[in-house]
Structure formats: C-alpha cells, structure tokens
Design a protein around this ligand. Sequence first.
Ligand code: EPZ
Length: 416
Amino acid sequence: MDKLLIAGGARLEGEVAISGAKNAALPILCAALLSAEPVTFTNVPRLRDIATLLTLLQQMGVKVERDGDTVTLDAAAITEPVAPYEMVKTMRASILTLGPLAARCGEARVSLPGGCAIGARPVDQHIKGLEAMGAAVEVEHGYVHVKVPRLKGASIVTDMVTVTGTENLMMAACLAEGETVIDNAAREPEVVDLANCLIAMGAKISGAGYDVIRIQGVPRLHGATHRIMPDRIETGTYLCAAAITGGHVRLTGARTSSLDSVLVKLIEAGCTLKSEPDAIQISAPAHLAAVDLRTAPYPAFPTDMQAQFMALDCVAQGSAMIRETIFENRFMHAIELQRLGANIRIDGNTAVVQGVEKLQGATVMATDLRASASLVVAALVAEGETIIERIYHLDRGYERLEEKLSALGAKVRRTS
Ligand code: EPZ
C-alpha cells in the first residue's frame, strides 16, 4: 500500500490550480442515465471515485469516452440497471444511480452502501422519497430493489437535510409524471451544480440552492454539455495547508462564493484573504488563533472541512471547541493527530483542542478521506518526518495531491 512521507517545516508559497468538484461530478455523471442522448462533462476531476463510477456506468451499458478532464457518456442503451455490492462497497456514492435508473428504466437494483468510517450513513430518505413517488421498493439480501412503471410527482419532506438524498430524488423527479416538491432540501452548491446540468438537459427545476425545490416532470431529457464546478473542499483543504504553514498561496480556478463559512473562520484565525472572480489568495500569520467550529448543512460550516480545521487548531494559540453535528463518528483523525502530539479531548460529538507549540512527526494512519487530509495538513508543520499510511483514502478525493503540494514547496513524496 502507498504511503506519503512528509518532512514538516516548509512555508507554502506559490500557485495551485483547483480541480473539478468530486461531490458535484459524482451525481452529475449519474444524471447521464436520464438521457438517451450523449452528455459531455468538462472539468471532471481525475480521482479514484470518478474512475469507479465510470466503470459502474459502463457495466450498466453506458458508453464512456474520456479525454483528459472531458467525459462523454452515452446512455442510449442501459442493459443492466444494477449496481453490484463489490462496486458499491468501494464507493457509496453509487447509490446516486438509484433515482436515475428508477426514472429512466422503471427498475433498479442497487446494493445498500453499508456504513463507513464516519458513520452508519443510511439511505432511508432516498427510499422514502421514491416510495412517495409511487415506486415499489424491496430491501432484501443487501440490495435496494425498485420497480415502478412511471414515477409520479409527489410532495416530499426529508426527515433531515441529506445531500445525496436531495440529489437522488431531484434526478428521479425529472422524468416523473407531474410536479415533485422536495422540502427540507439540501442547499449545498453541488446540488445547484447538478440542477444546472439537469436544466441544460431539458429538466424543469426551480428552487435549487434553497430548502424547497420544485421539479416539473418531462417525458425525456436531451443531451447537453456541462462544466463541473470547482471543488470547494479541495479549495478549503489547500487554504488550510497554506494557513498552518504561515504561507502565501494563490488558488486558481476556485470559486469563493461557495466557501463563505470557511473563509470567515480563516479570517478569525488571523489569515488575510483576497478574493478574485475565479481565484483566491491567502496570507497567513506565523501563529494562528484557535477558532471554535460547529458543523451543519450549507451554508454553515461544512463537515467535510472539520478534520482539516482541527489540524489548524492543534497548533493555534488558545483552545477551541469543535462540534460535529452531521456524522456520529467523524473524529477518527483526532486519535491520529494525538500521535503527532496534539492535545485533544473528545466527549461525544464535541472535541476540545488545546493548541501546542509543536507537533512531532510520527507514523499515522488515514481512516477516511478528510481525516487523511487533516493528517497531511498537520504533517506540513510537524517536526521531522511524518509517514501517512493507507493513503488510498486520499486518492479518492484529491487529484495529484503530492504534485500540487510539492509545487508549493512542501517536502512530500509517495512510496509504495
Ligand atoms: C454527502 O454525503 C457528501 N458526499 C459527503 O462528503 C458529505 O460529508 C455529506 O454529504 C454532508 O455534507 C457526496 O456528496 C458524494 P447526507 P451524504 O445524506 O449525502 C443522515 C466527502 O468527504 N442520513 O447529507 O451521504 C446521514 O447519516 C463525503 O466527500 C440519514 O439518516 O450525506 C448523516 O448523518 C463524506 N438517512 C446526515 O443524514 C438518509 O437517507 C447527512 O447525510 C440520508 C442521510
């Protein structure tokens, strides 16, 4: 298994290009299932999760063409509306094929994703919404089996804000008969990017980005071309890497409008930020101030940035309280940060971080995607060398990470 070796102490300087958003690309690639005509996507990030999804779509009968960061999908003939366990267990976002397959084929068999390191991650809201739209749903032998001649528009209120739940139901509703209203909808920018892609394909959607989304079903969707939005979590991660090293970095291809809650916290920590139309510059002080965090659905502070910010608080001046309200087990990185000398106390979904003068390099283990990012951020300032194991987690969500960090002056290399 690959490892990352990072020698701490380098101040990050220079420019880094932000890639397309993983969590926009995943639902948007699934949206191609809704059309019998080819759909072309640009700015698609080169990530393991994307490769896995393209393989899954190919198995379903979708023709896949890839040229750099441009992907064309032709779902004229879906021969196998099934997402098998061996695929889904490696990439839970495969559940996003359920809604489109139910809408386009009237039938789907998708393996239950199962839990992951950060929590149980049930999909009951996805199922409840499809049942409201008239689908017969059986959950048996670890698979969700959906059958419905044609989905009917319905009024849906999700029990909690769910990003992929909102995305699955919005895609299903595009081809349903009549109007669907999704209340308590997720407002994440990735939901808006998906809606914009669906509208370009001929869908009739209003309210994306707000908590009530209305979709008027249409008989079919046509082809289109759509550019994936920049990855706001990758942007936030590199901002944290610059911040913790007291660096000065310009992130190109970044969209700051989707990151306000993160930018506010970086300013509170003592950083200076300069926003441009599609770039952002950060200058960080030698010592950061500790900042309290409470994760919540967009536009509040994103849970996907909690681990990276905990790394900042580990070496900041003062103490910070971090509350994780979205997932029940998203502090796995804390145990590994403690191996680097961090002073963190966990009590349920709250972590109290006391900033320390220095972290010491050590061997640590990545447990999930954003936890691994947190360990990379911490390793950039830890004294000596840090070895991060199981970095396949990182490859799922960060394109060419060591290349981008090295270009900014970090001393990082990958070994097998
Ligand atoms: C999406 O996951 C993201 N993944 C996650 O990013 C992100 O952390 C999460 O949204 C929250 O922002 C993708 O977009 C591919 P949820 P998702 O449904 O949709 C509970 C990353 O690192 N829930 O919004 O699976 C659930 O257990 C990943 O890129 C139900 O109980 O998250 C959680 O506690 C990690 N039943 C809460 O709701 C359901 O049917 C929010 O989950 C659905 C969700």
